[in-house]
Design a protein around this ligand. Structure first.
Ligand SMILES: NC(=O)C1=CN([C@@H]2O[C@H](COP(=O)(O)OP(=O)(O)OC[C@H]3O[C@@H](n4cnc5c(N)ncnc54)[C@H](OP(=O)(O)O)[C@@H]3O)[C@@H](O)[C@H]2O)C=CC1
Ligand SMILES: O=C(O)CCC(=O)C(=O)O
Length: 477
């Protein structure tokens, strides 16, 4: 099987090592071999991006539109094939994987349009006869460091706005999922961009650190763990680089006495367990008021027991495997905490007969009313959710906000008054009413409050704040 190379300065280049990627649903299935780069490859890629910057940052909106639109079209045309690759590489069930690929395609289409709509302002000056206008310019060479859990959508939602705004890019995806990033680079390589405008260096955290610390990189956008995010923030602050971080979540879903039972169970199951809980927007804390508690827990527990865990490509699978052995061990260690911390297991899903073939973990529903319990404070990133009992709405809101994170927060209620109070008081970047905390639109801002995010928002028009610098022009006659 030929190894997939790095893409640097318009050429496919050998890396220094090679990674064999195996399907987490079936470890005997080899997905592919991918070259990994080191600090030297990162240096070459950043220099290529810096050399391409002057011309690309002055390219016409039409050139940018044409390239991004072509990339979006090819991704959409190949969504089933690429979705299958994603499902094999990351373990996301096929329907969700195809949905993620389509999302990546639409993101490129959306930002193709944004390239045409790059606006400035014309503002009356306080001085007579002077004209004031603002314009947007590219931020420069951008380093994109991405995680494994959305291996094509996250590279897309960073790369597309970066290119639309005239930046040049070095993408360093997670070493666990190089295949989707490679497929994206392959599509981009045929979209008519000049050499060096987009570069791919697959590799591990060393390549990521080399990219973040490179002096020719002007801006860094990162999605991943809080631990790595904090390191990157410190490095960028020391170097004076722009920085955008999307990190963890411990997202609450409130279920109020007046909630529709079926709808709230569906929101909880989707938010807590779909995508194997490997979403920063996952509903890992479900906070329930007394009037609905017993009925809700009974239906949710029975639904949890019957969730179909299995091979991501098998028809009917609802929950795929954990991405790798390390994440599986992490899930198991949190599962062990369920009783150690004084909680109780309400329900556990069933492992498939073929569980020994992959990194399978059965969804777990735990009750623990202690806000200080680790299961209520730390991001597991697996299909593990706690149910907490709240006395009333105010108590539920207090529990919801009692977390260092603030990405997404949801409420199930039929009361407009409660929904409005929740939307105002929830300390989160995204609030959902009668909808799961996870699963967002691709054309509106995405990001969190408190320790979940740093820097300007991603996605939608808000993304332009990070990927452009505003210039103010004073023109006197
Ligand atoms: N909020 C979110 O969306 C995500 C949160 N997470 C959380 O993080 C945990 C661990 O997942 P993991 O993939 O290891 O996440 P990491 O934060 O470790 O990795 C994210 C990306 O950063 C890279 N990286 C690692 N170290 C550095 C560094 N020092 N400088 C620059 N880049 C670096 C990684 O490379 P490499 O390929 O070597 O890992 C990867 O590309 C999960 O269990 C989950 O809790 C993870 C993914 C997404
Ligand atoms: O919930 C979503 O649609 C997006 C989640 C996400 O971006 C993440 O987990 O990194």
């Amino acid at each position: 099987m030929p190894s997939h190379r790095l893409f640097i300065g318009g050429d496919w280049v050998h890396g220094s090592t090679c990674r064999v990627v195996r399907n987490p649903s079936d470890l005997e299935d080899v997905v592919g071999e991918y070259d990994c780069g080191d600090a030297g490859h990162v240096d070459l890629a950043v220099r290529a991006a810096a050399a391409a910057l002057p011309a690309w940052s002055h390219s016409t909106p039409q050139q940018r539109f044409d390239a991004l639109d072509a990339i979006g079209s090819e991704i959409l045309a190949r969504k089933t094939e690429l979705g299958t690759l994603l499902a094999r590489e990351e373990g996301k069930v096929l329907a969700e994987a195809i949905g993620e690929v389509a999302r990546a395609g639409y993101i490129f289409k959306f930002f193709a349009g944004e390239a045409l709509r790059m606006e400035g302002m014309s503002v009356p000056s306080v001085r007579p006869g002077v004209e004031v206008v603002t314009s947007r310019e590219a931020a420069g060479v951008v380093g994109l460091v991405t995680p494994w859990n959305f291996p094509i959508a996250i590279p897309a939602w960073k790369t597309a706005p970066a290119l639309a705004c005239g930046n040049t890019v070095v993408l360093k995806p997670s070493e666990l999922t190089p295949g989707c990033a490679w497929a994206l680079a392959d599509i981009i390589s045929r979209a008519g961009l000049p050499p060096g405008v987009f570069n791919l260096v697959n590799g591990g955290g060393d390549a990521g650190a080399a990219l973040v610390g490179h002096l020719l990189v002007n801006a860094v956008s990162f999605t991943g763990s809080s631990t790595v995010g904090r390191k990157i923030a410190m490095q960028c602050a020391a170097d004076g680089k722009r920085c955008q971080l999307e990190m963890g979540g411990k997202n609450p879903l409130l279920v109020m006495d007046d909630a529709d039972l079926e709808l709230s169970v569906a929101c909880a199951v989707n938010g807590a367990f779909f995508s194997t809980g490997q979403r920063c927007t996952a509903s890992s804390r479900i906070i329930v008021t007394p009037g609905i508690y017993s009925r809700f827990v009974e239906v949710l527990a029975s639904r949890t027991r019957t969730l179909r865990v299995g091979h991501a490509l098998a028809p009917g699978t609802e929950i795929g495997p954990a991405v790798d052995e390390r994440q599986l061990e992490k899930n198991r260690s949190y599962a062990a905490l369920a009783e150690q911390e004084g909680g109780r297991v309400l329900a556990a899903g069933q492992l498939p007969d073929s569980a020994h073939r992959g990194h399978y973990f059965a969804p777990l529903l735990v009750t623990n009313d202690m806000p200080a319990a680790r299961l209520n404070r730390e991001e597991v990133f697996g299909p593990v959710a706690t149910v907490m009992r709240a006395h009333d709405f105010d108590h539920a809101l207090e529990l919801a906000n009692d977390t260092p994170f603030g990405l997404s927060a949801g409420i199930c209620t039929q009361s407009l008054a409660l929904a409005s109070r929740f939307r105002q008081k929830a300390q989160a970047g995204m609030v959902m009413v009668n909808a799961p905390t996870a699963g967002v639109d691709y054309h509106v801002p995405f990001g969190g409050a408190k320790a979940s995010s740093m820097g300007p928002r991603e996605q939608g028009r808000a993304a332009l704040e990070f990927y452009t610098k505003v210039k103010t022009h004073y023109i006197a006659p």
